[in-house]
Write a protein of this length. Structure first.
Length: 429
């Protein structure tokens, strides 16, 4: 059998309904889609020998602020409020499109080199990010951040810009999807969020928003509105299956039930949540309830890397600790969350499994290294032994964009130089 791209001799994690593992498996890719998975000999225009390596769907980063690579390693060991108010917001106010372009390009270089094939981004000047995504060969779901701050005029302008971006870039180049991006329940009024819902329905796009990330914010919301953020959003008809909530940590049992009933998706961002001490999301329960939960790095300011494989380990460990139960978030579910679960959380039904007909977003991890051996369970190896830099090859829509660890689309040296220049311009020495 001959294909555009043929991957041979791998340990293939299909991540389809069967959750089958193929030892010595082959994958054939044709016209950007998976067209064969099995154990037959495959040949291709391009061939990848994956002997001893794990072959799995590309990782999906369900929540980030890519251009915040510019703030990486800038200020550490601070509470979220102080960090935002003293370091981030004053600089963001001075940001120009070129800063965002340089920061997002560095993020794309890092992500594609770490096995991430698609990311869900919430920031400003998103047409710059769209351009960089296209250049890199990656996929992304993008939204323009809308911070109303209970100011009607400001809200109207933000919604106008957010809707314009979402309408213009939806489906762009076949690899970009858009959403509306209200910031959070503590920075946007319910009246504004109601208008966001109407606009999302009109445009036919989803909504990406931070929710219930810190206890003080939730308590303040309850004092103002008399009910929890989830219940208030449900009352205004905001919660539908096109919504993805970042964090969703401080939820009571009713909130959890409502989110499950409305089929709302959640991005679990364990490293960021730990770093600024926000809390531990009820992810094991969410998954048991059948909710679509993906994994996110959050922005590089609170992580500091964009390494979903490292976060997978942290995320699994944190769930065990949260419930004081070593059976919480088992390895199969953890890997599902970083791949197929993430794709479903973003509404990308034809992505996240290695199965004929699915879009061919595939990565090869170099699991020949000592710390993976003996490998026994590739789910366990991927969850507990891996880091992003073990990514050897990345294929997106059938195109090889990382080969033997070498980026094929972005120039690493130039990308880093430009980002450092932009960072220096914003932060000084
Ligand atoms: Zn965030």
């Amino acid at each position: 059998m001959r294909f555009d791209v043929a991957i041979r001799n791998g340990i293939v994690l299909t991540m389809d309904e069967s959750m089958r593992v193929l030892w010595g498996g082959s994958v054939g890719i044709e016209d950007g889609k998976i067209s064969y998975v099995g154990r037959d000999e495959v040949r291709g225009e391009e061939e990848i020998d994956a002997r001893g390596c794990v072959v799995m769907p590309g990782l999906i980063n369900c929540h980030t602020h890519a251009a915040m690579t510019l703030f990486r390693n800038a200020v550490e060991d601070q509470p979220l409020e102080k960090w935002l108010k003293e370091t981030i917001w004053p600089r963001e106010a001075r940001m120009k499109p070129w800063h965002v372009r340089a920061g997002a390009r560095l993020a794309c270089l890092e992500m594609l080199s770490s096995g991430i094939t698609c990311f869900n981004d919430h920031y400003f000047f998103m047409e710059e990010v769209a351009g960089v995504v296209d250049e890199s060969g990656m996929k992304a779901v993008l939204c323009e951040a809308m911070i109303e701050l209970f100011d009607e005029e400001r809200g109207r302008e933000a919604l106008r810009r957010g809707a314009e971006f979402a309408g213009r870039y939806r489906g762009w180049r076949g690899r970009i999807w858009t959403m509306l991006g209200p910031h959070a329940e503590y920075s946007c009024s319910l009246e504004f969020l109601s208008k966001v819902r109407e606009e999302a329905d009109r445009l036919g796009v989803g909504i990406h928003m931070h929710l219930a990330e810190s206890r003080p914010h939730v308590e303040e919301f309850v004092r103002r509105n008399g009910v929890s953020p989830v219940k208030a959003l449900d009352r205004i008809g905001f919660l539908k299956s096109d919504v993805i909530l970042a964090h969703a940590i401080h939820l009571d049992d009713d909130d959890l039930r409502i989110l499950a009933e409305r089929d709302v998706a959640v991005s679990y961002n364990p490293v960021s949540n730990m770093k600024v001490c926000l809390g531990m999301a009820r992810v094991d329960e969410m998954l048991r309830m059948g909710m679509r939960v993906g994994l996110g790095t959050d922005g590089p300011g609170t992580n500091n890397s964009l390494d979903l494989l490292q976060d997978l380990k942290t995320g699994a460990l944190l769930q065990k600790l949260r419930y004081m139960d070593p059976t919480a978030l088992p390895v199969e579910k953890a890997v599902w969350m970083a791949t197929r679960g993430g794709a479903l959380a973003l509404g990308l039904r034809d992505t996240g499994s290695i199965k004929p007909g699915m879009r061919a977003d595939v990565i090869v991890l170099d699991t020949r290294k000592p710390r993976y051996r003996p490998i026994r369970s590739p789910y366990t190896a991927a969850t507990y032994c891996s880091t992003g830099s073990d990514t050897r090859d990345v294929i997106i829509d059938g195109r090889i964009i990382l080969r033997d660890g070498q980026p094929q689309t972005l120039d690493p040296e130039k990308t880093i130089q430009e980002a450092e220049k932009a960072s220096q311009d914003l932060l000084g020495e």
